[in-house]
Each structure stands twice: as structure tokens, then as C-alpha cells.
Design a protein around this ligand. Structure first.
Ligand code: PA5
Length: 432
């Protein structure tokens, strides 16, 4: 089980504060498990770990095998919940630079259709030069403009390069079962396609084919990821403060009630940064409504201690931190000894880098807490396929419980439509 340590919040909160929220917390958890709250028709994500392995999972593995056999590159087209989860898991497990080490039989994976940047498009074109590629297009609505434009152009490229019939064998669509332009195209063109269940919202969809297909292409054991989530589902059903979900959801809500409206999620692991963006969307889109919600911000430590550290230590006291640590990998790095010791580092000779990092973690936590920035410390344990499944579950359940505690519907996102409406009007979309 993930460990949540709240020993660095007591400067801000008392045990009495924590206990005072217990009945609300219990009610919020019950609202999730009994599906009795606003948006409960989107609680399908809670069944995803139990559904494995199904015929759909076997098809995902077969498609992944086919892509790995035929392609140097898989381009995953999608935005928001339709790409962040897959990218987050792949980078956390295989590193930011995984693509540099990959080739035939183990494709590079690039993400497209998540911006309207011409520079990003041009770079993708350069990266695809001379490479065999396939495209996995992911969109629940099937109409999102950023992804639709990128996909239209990539499909055009596939058709020119491989001919219409062969191009069809290189397109994989992940979308709604019946609705939307992408579903219509997939059915009409005969592309291999996978279903995003109607009762699962975008930001909760990482354990559907949205996340699982790109992960499987990356060579990640998706059954282990689902197993980790299934185990977490059982363990985190506990109704007491021994449940890390309860501690996390309670403390972040109590912080908000004390005026600490910014949560800075900081991981001592650079490969966590896209998972940070996934977390940011999960909590930001779920809680930020009706004039409520914490602002979810992310940082990578220790790098950002050299940029944001001053503000966290000494700036406006309107934030708290959630600090994540992971076990180091088995292959350790040791500080070497130097004969001259001109840099004065021989006192660390023979010590491992993770020992140094551990002291940085402890030192930062104490300094920030002393400076009036309370810290929730989360020990995530080792980074494995299974533990990533557990971490996903931990955050998804915490988010649902926390949002009900806050008094909002965790599963809608009415505010996202405003920019789309303006943009489409400006672009002259017929009927807008
Ligand atoms: O969580 C959400 O619903 C959003 O982030 C969507 O995933 C995102 O807007 C992409 O939408 P779609 O999958 O319909 O293209």
C-alpha cells in the first residue's frame, strides 16, 4: 500500500481538525461506492480493474504485436484524457528518453494532436522521415479539433506512402462505441477499433484501451498494471484513516478550508513529470468548478528547488505540498573518490546517489514545513508495472472522494466548452 505521512502538517492543522472531517469523508466515500452522487453515471472506471482480462484485452495485445512487428514508430493522436495517461505511464516506467533507445520490434512512440503548434507538427514530420509508422487515434467525442486535424493529415500521409488498402491496416481508432465522427469513419473504413466505455470520462480512461493500447505497444505488461489497480481497489476500500485515500483527501480539503488554495505536487523523480500533468488534469478538471477547487501545480525536485524553492519557502503562504518519493532502482550510482578532492566532495565518496537524494527529500520537507508550507508525504514504493496501476487507482479514488467532499460533481467539465465554442466560431465552422 502507498504510505501517506502527514507528520509535517501539524503546524497548520490539529488532530481535532482531522477528526472533525471524518463523517464527511465517510459520506463522500460512500457516495462513490454506492454511486449515489452527482455524475454517478460516469463511475464506469471503478469496474475497469475487475474486467481484465477480456477478449478486448486480447485484441489490444494482438494489435500491439502487429504494430511492433510492422512499425518503427507509433504516433498516438489525442489530447487531454485521450493521451496524458498513456504518456505518463510510459515515461514513468521507461524514461523520458525511451525513444532514443528504440527501433524495429520495439517502436518509438510519439504523441501528436495535443496542440495546434506548427513547430510540433514540423518536428513530427522530421521524426517520421524514412520510418515505417502506424497511427493510433484516440478521441471519445471523435470531434476534438486538435486531434482531428493531426489525424486527417497523418492519414493522408499513410495513404500516400502505403496506398489506401495498406494504410487501413496501419490505423487504430479508440473511440465511443456508437457516437461521433471517428466511430463513423472507423466503421466505414474498416480500421481496427477499440471502445471507450460510455460510462468512463476522458481523465479517468487510462485503464481502458485509451491507455492500454499505447502501453502495450511500449512493451508494458498491461495485465500487471490492471492487477495493481485491482489490488488497490480492494485495499483502498477501507473506511478509516488507515486508508491513504482518506488521509490525502481529508488533508487537501482541510488545507483549502484554511486558505491554502494551491497544491504543489512535487516528485523527486524527473520521469514523473507527465504523470504530474495527468494528475493535474484529473484534479483540476474534476474539482475546479462552481467557484471551488484547489489549483493543482506540479514541480520536479530537486531541479525546481533551484527555481521555485524560494517561493515555496518564503513567498505568499497560500500553498501546501504533496511530496512523492519512489524507491530507487536496483542499479545504483555511487559517488566516486577523488585523489585531489578539489571540489571537497570526498565526504560523500562511497555514498549512493539515492542516499544523497533521500537527505535532500528529508531536508526539503523539514525546511518547507518550518517555513509555513505544510507537506503531505507520499511514499509510492518501487516503480513497477503493478505499482503504477496502484498509483493510478490511488489518485482516481482520492480525486472522486475529495471532489464529493468539496461538494462538486467530479465527472463533468462544463467549463472546457467555452474556448472551443469561441474558436470554432472564429474559424467559421458551419452551424456555429
Ligand atoms: O477529460 C476529458 O474529458 C478531456 O480531457 C478529454 O479527454 C479531452 O478534451 C479530449 O476529448 P476527446 O477524447 O473527446 O477527443
Amino acid at each position: 500500500m502507498i504510505k501517506v505521512d502527514i507528520s509535517n502538517i501539524w503546524g497548520e492543522l490539529s488532530l481535532r481538525d482531522l477528526l472533525s472531517i471524518e463523517s464527511e469523508l465517510s459520506a463522500a466515500h460512500m457516495t462513490v461506492s454506492e454511486r449515489s452522487g452527482a455524475g454517478s453515471e460516469y463511475l464506469g472506471w471503478m469496474e475497469l480493474p475487475d474486467r481484465a482480462p477480456t477478449a478486448e484485452h486480447m485484441r489490444i495485445l494482438a494489435a500491439a504485436h502487429q504494430i511492433r512487428q510492422t512499425s518503427d514508430v507509433l504516433v498516438v493522436v489525442g489530447i487531454g484524457g485521450s493521451y496524458l495517461g498513456a504518456r505518463a505511464v510510459i515515461e514513468l516506467l521507461q524514461g523520458k528518453n525511451r525513444n532514443l533507445r528504440r527501433g524495429k520490434g520495439d517502436p518509438q512512440i510519439f504523441f501528436a494532436g495535443n496542440s495546434l503548434s506548427t513547430r510540433a507538427w514540423n518536428e513530427l514530420m522530421r521524426l517520421l522521415e524514412g520510418k515505417d509508422f502506424s497511427v493510433c487515434v484516440i478521441s471519445k467525442s471523435g470531434t476534438t479539433l486538435e486531434s482531428a486535424i493531426a489525424f486527417r493529415n497523418l492519414k493522408w500521409m499513410l495513404e500516400r506512402r502505403y496506398g489506401t488498402a495498406q494504410a487501413k491496416r496501419r490505423i487504430y481508432a479508440v473511440t465511443d462505441k456508437t457516437k461521433g465522427a471517428l466511430r463513423q469513419m472507423a466503421d466505414e473504413e474498416g480500421w481496427e477499433s477499440f471502445v471507450i466505455p460510455g460510462d468512463v470520462g476522458g481523465r479517468f480512461s487510462v485503464l481502458t484501451p485509451v491507455g492500454l493500447l499505447p502501453m502495450a505497444v511500449a512493451g508494458i505488461d498491461i495485465v500487471a498494471v490492471l492487477r495493481g489497480a485491482a489490488k488497490a481497489k480492494k485495499e483502498y476500500d477501507l473506511r478509516s484513516f488507515e486508508n491513504p485515500v482518506w488521509l490525502y483527501a481529508a488533508v487537501r480539503n482541510l488545507m483549502l478550508r484554511q486558505g491554502k488554495a494551491i497544491e504543489l505536487l512535487c516528485a523527486f523523480e524527473p520521469d514523473f513529470s507527465v504523470m504530474g500533468s495527468w494528475w493535474q488534469q484529473l484534479f483540476g478538471e474534476s474539482e475546479g468548478k462552481d467557484g471551488k477547487g484547489l489549483f493543482p501545480a506540479c514541480a520536479a525536485f530537486t531541479a525546481d528547488l533551484h527555481s521555485l524553492g524560494q517561493l515555496v519557502q518564503d513567498g505568499q503562504r497560500n500553498l501546501f505540498e504533496t511530496m512523492l518519493r519512489f524507491d530507487p532502482p536496483k542499479l545504483r550510482c555511487t559517488v566516486v573518490s577523488d585523489l585531489k578532492d578539489l571540489d571537497g566532495l570526498n565526504y560523500l565518496a562511497g555514498k549512493t546517489l539515492d542516499h544523497v537524494q533521500e537527505q535532500a527529500y528529508l531536508g526539503t520537507m523539514a525546511a518547507h514545513a518550518d517555513g509555513g508550507c505544510p507537506v503531505i508525504a507520499i511514499d509510492c514504493g518501487p516503480v513497477t508495472d503493478e505499482s503504477v496501476g496502484e498509483l493510478i487507482w490511488f489518485f482516481e479514488l482520492s480525486c472522486a472522494v475529495s471532489a464529493y467532499l468539496l461538494g462538486v460533481n467530479p465527472f463533468d467539465q462544463p467549463g472546457v466548452e467555452a474556448y472551443k465554442k469561441n474558436m470554432l466560431q472564429l474559424l467559421g465552422k458551419p452551424g456555429m
